[in-house]
Design a protein around this ligand. Structure first.
Ligand code: BTN
Length: 230
C-alpha cells in the first residue's frame, strides 16, 4: 500500500515528482508545468485536484493499459453522483465536457516496475476561456464541492480497485463498461499515425478497444478517441 504522502503548495508536475518516489501519493495545490497526454500541457490553476500515485507493482508491461482503465474507473466512481462517464481510454466527461484527465506512465523494467497514475480533476478551478466549450469544473454543478472530499473518495476507490486487481479484473472491466459512454458510439481513433473509423463495440480482456470498421474489427490498445455523428 501507500507509504508516503507528499503535499505541495506548488510543484512543477506531480507526475514528474512521483517518478522519484515509491508507493506514494503526491498532491499539489497547483502545478507550474502540469503535463497532459501526448506531450500536451495540463492547465493547473488553484482549485483543481492534481495528484499522482506511484505504485510499485510486478506486472508485465502489456498490462499497463489495464491499469489505465482501472484508474478511469476510480475517477468515474468518485464522480458518479455527477453522472460522469469515461471516454476511452480514460478521459472523464460530464455533459460531454472533460472534467478529468489521467496520465499513466511506467518506470523501470518488466516485472519490477512502478506505475505512475497522474490524475487531474477540475473541482473548483476556473476553466480558461479558450477551453470553456470543451471542459467543465465540478463547481459549475455543485457550488459546495470540496477538493478534500473528492480526494478522499478517489483514494478509497483507487485502493479498493487495486486490491481487486488482478483477481477480479473481469468485474472491474464490467464497471468500466457500465461507466463508459464509448461503447456503441461512432468513433474516430487516432493511434500510431493511423486513423480508425467505425463503431466502438467492445473492450476485450486485455483492455483493447474493439472498433467495427468497414475493413472488419480492429483492436486498439491506446490512442485518441473522437465521437462522430455517423
Ligand atoms: C490528459 O488528459 O491529457 C491527462 C492529464 C493528466 C493531468 C494530471 S494532473 C496531476 C498529474 N501531474 C501531471 O503533470 N499530469 C497529471
Amino acid at each position: 500500500g501507500l507509504q508516503n504522502f507528499y503535499y505541495f503548495r506548488e510543484v512543477d508536475s506531480t507526475n514528474r515528482f512521483a517518478k522519484e518516489v515509491e508507493n506514494s501519493a503526491v498532491f499539489a495545490e497547483t502545478q507550474s508545468a502540469g503535463r497532459g497526454r501526448i506531450g500536451r500541457k495540463w492547465e493547473s490553476q488553484r482549485g483543481g485536484l492534481y495528484v499522482s500515485f506511484s505504485l510499485n507493482i510486478s506486472i508485465p508491461v502489456n498490462e499497463i493499459p489495464k491499469l489505465t482503465l482501472l484508474a478511469g474507473v476510480a475517477v468515474a466512481k468518485t464522480l458518479e453522483d455527477y453522472e460522469a462517464r469515461i471516454k476511452w481510454p480514460n478521459d472523464v466527461l460530464i455533459n460531454d465536457k472533460k472534467v478529468s484527465g489521467i496520465l499513466s506512465e511506467f518506470v523501470g523494467e518488466e516485472l519490477s516496475a512502478r506505475v505512475i497514475m497522474g490524475i487531474g480533476i477540475n473541482v473548483k478551478n476556473k476553466i480558461p476561456g479558450h477551453l470553456r466549450d470543451k471542459a467543465i469544473s465540478l463547481k459549475e454543478i455543485d457550488e459546495s464541492v470540496s477538493i478534500t472530499d473528492i480526494f478522499v473518495r478517489l483514494c478509497t476507490n483507487l485502493s479498493e480497485l487495486m486490491k481487486r486487481y488482478p483477481s477480479e479484473w473481469k468485474s472491474i472491466l464490467g464497471e468500466w463498461k457500465r461507466l463508459s459512454s464509448t461503447i456503441g458510439k461512432h468513433v474516430v481513433i487516432e493511434a500510431g499515425g493511423r486513423k480508425y473509423r467505425g463503431m466502438a463495440i467492445d473492450i476485450d480482456l486485455d483492455g483493447g478497444l474493439i472498433v467495427r470498421t468497414e475493413h472488419g474489427n480492429e483492436k486498439i490498445i491506446s490512442g485518441e478517441c473522437f465521437y462522430t455523428s455517423y
